[in-house]
Structures are given as structure tokens and as C-alpha cells.
Design a protein around this ligand. Structure first.
Ligand code: KIV
Length: 273
């Protein structure tokens, strides 16, 4: 199987991500929410690890990302940071921790950075949150934007379908992307937008554009780790490539363990003291 293990062990920084865009090297990004997984993902050579508020779905079993709290994000972020040596660790600011006002957003951002020791934050939105983005950036905290499908706004959309298919929404997305770049964000995630639009944004911006369901014309890709490892059998959107069938592998291993215990096969003589 083809692999990509970088022999460059230097810590990935915002500056290095921008250099990667400049030389046309695609950026790899994947979520993690705990120490063990983060160690594996970092050891495999991932450029960016996102402590996504998708933890709400895949770790806590919620239907949306909205219930995630600041304390819960900090807990996940601290666990991930302890497992990572090289990758840049980006943490999602959870719903309700930055939309209120600029100072509330700044206070939440400072708590995440101070308590988790992560490298950067990700916020959903453009023009609506630009004051908060400026405030957090002015405190020296790197920010990644997130446009297109913004799961924290799911109650406004009412559906997880592709965003920015009409001209007005596409125009706003392009304007927001420029605003975020001008403010000083080091990158932007584009979620579930037409590939042509995503490629246009990536071409117009000098900062990296990382896509999820946004086609191959962007500067990098991000996926939720449980999805790409095939742990969630029920979630199979078109954009998702499953690199393993861990649901089957884990179920088989666990069933095997159950039958070994029931049949008095585990533990055997060598597996006891
Ligand atoms: O929370 C998350 O995992 C994300 C990715 C889907 C980009 O924001």
C-alpha cells in the first residue's frame, strides 16, 4: 500500500502551511478527540489535527454539534495535545462560546489556548463574526475560518445538504473568505460546497483552503476520523472515502473476545500470573 511518511519532524506551523500552499503540496488534516488516536494520527505524519466539535456527534452521540461546551472542548483538546509531537493542533470554538460578543469570544479563546496548549482555533462564520475574529487575532491567537456548511447553524439551514449552490450565497461565501484572509486568518475550511466554487476560492486566496466535500481543487482535505476509518456504518455521504472497515474489524474482535470468555478459552495458562 502506498504511504506518505514525512521525514520532516519539525512542528507544523501556520507559516509552514502557507509555504505548502505556495509550492503546491496538499495539506492533510484529520480530526482526533483523544490521546491514543492523536498519537496514531500524528505518528502517521498528519499535517493538521482538528479537535472538532464533531466530538459532539462521534464521541458524545448528540445529533448536532450545538451541545458541546467550552469545558468539553478543552478536555478533548488537552488529551489530543498530549499525544502530538509534529502536527499543528487546531481546536473548534464551540457553539455559544464566541457568537455573543467580541470580549466573550476573546475570553473563550484565551481559555482554550491557556488550558489546552493547542496551536490555533477554528470559528464558523464570516462577516457576522469578523469583530470577534479581529479581537482574537489581536491577542496573537491564530485562527482558521470555516465557511460553507457550518454545522453550528444547522437549525437555520434545516438540512445538511450542499451550501452555496445559488449565486447570492456563493458571492457571500467568496466575500467572507476574502474578509477572513484580510483579517489575518491562516487558513479556511470549506465544507460541502460545489467543487468549482471551492477551487475558485482556493485560487483567489493566498492562505490555504482545506475542503471537506469541496472537491480536489483546494489546498488540502479534512475528514472526521471515525468516518474515514469506517467506524460509523450509517454515515456514508458522497464525499466520504472509507479507508478501512473498522466497524466490522472491531465487531469481529469483540465477538471473538466474548466467545473466548464464555467458552473459558480466555485467559489461558500463559495469560495469568
Ligand atoms: O468539527 C469538525 O469535525 C469539523 C470538520 C468537519 C471540518 O469542523
Amino acid at each position: 500500500m502506498a504511504g506518505y511518511i514525512s521525514d520532516d519532524t519539525r512542528k507544523v506551523t501556520t507559516h509552514r502551511l502557507i509555504e505548502m500552499k505556495q509550492r503546491g503540496e496538499k495539506i492533510s488534516m484529520l480530526t482526533s478527540y483523544d490521546y491514543t488516536m492523536a498519537q496514531i494520527v500524528d505518528g502517521a505524519g498528519m499535517d493538521v489535527i482538528l479537535v472538532g466539535d464533531s466530538a459532539s456527534n462521534v464521541m458524545a452521540g448528540n445529533v448536532t454539534t450545538l451541545p458541546m461546551t467550552l469545558d468539553q472542548m478543552i478536555y478533548h483538546a488537552k488529551s489530543v495535545v498530549r499525544g502530538v509531537k509534529r502536527a499543528m493542533v487546531v481546536v473548534d470554538m464551540p457553539f455559544g462560546s464566541y457568537q455573543g460578543n467580541e470580549l466573550e469570544g476573546l475570553a473563550s479563546a484565551i481559555r482554550i489556548m491557556k488550558e489546552s496548549h493547542a496551536d490555533a482555533l477554528k470559528l464558523e462564520g464570516g462577516e457576522e463574526i469578523i469583530g470577534t475574529v479581529n479581537r482574537i487575532l489581536s491577542a496573537g491567537i491564530p485562527i482558521m475560518g470555516h465557511l460553507g456548511l457550518m454545522p453550528q447553524s444547522i437549525n437555520k439551514y434545516g438540512t445538511y445538504t450542499v451550501r452555496a449552490k445559488d449565486e447570492a450565497e456563493a458571492d457571500k461565501l467568496v466575500r467572507d473568505a476574502h474578509l477572513l484572509e484580510e483579517a489575518g486568518c491562516f487558513g479556511i475550511v470549506l465544507e460541502k460546497v460545489p467543487a468549482v466554487l471551492a477551487e475558485r476560492v482556493a485560487n483567489e486566496l493566498t492562505i490555504p483552503v482545506i475542503g471537506i466535500g469541496a472537491g480536489g481543487g483546494v489546498d488540502g482535505q479534512v475528514l472526521v476520523i471515525q468516518d474515514m476509518l469506517g467506524m460509523n456504518n450509517g454515515f456514508r455521504p458522497r464525499f466520504l472515502r472509507r479507508y478501512a472497515d473498522l466497524h466490522t474489524i472491531m465487531t469481529d474482535a469483540i465477538s471473538h473476545y466474548i466467545s473466548d470468555v464464555k467458552n473459558l478459552d480466555f485467559p489461558n495458562e500463559k495469560e495469568q500470573y
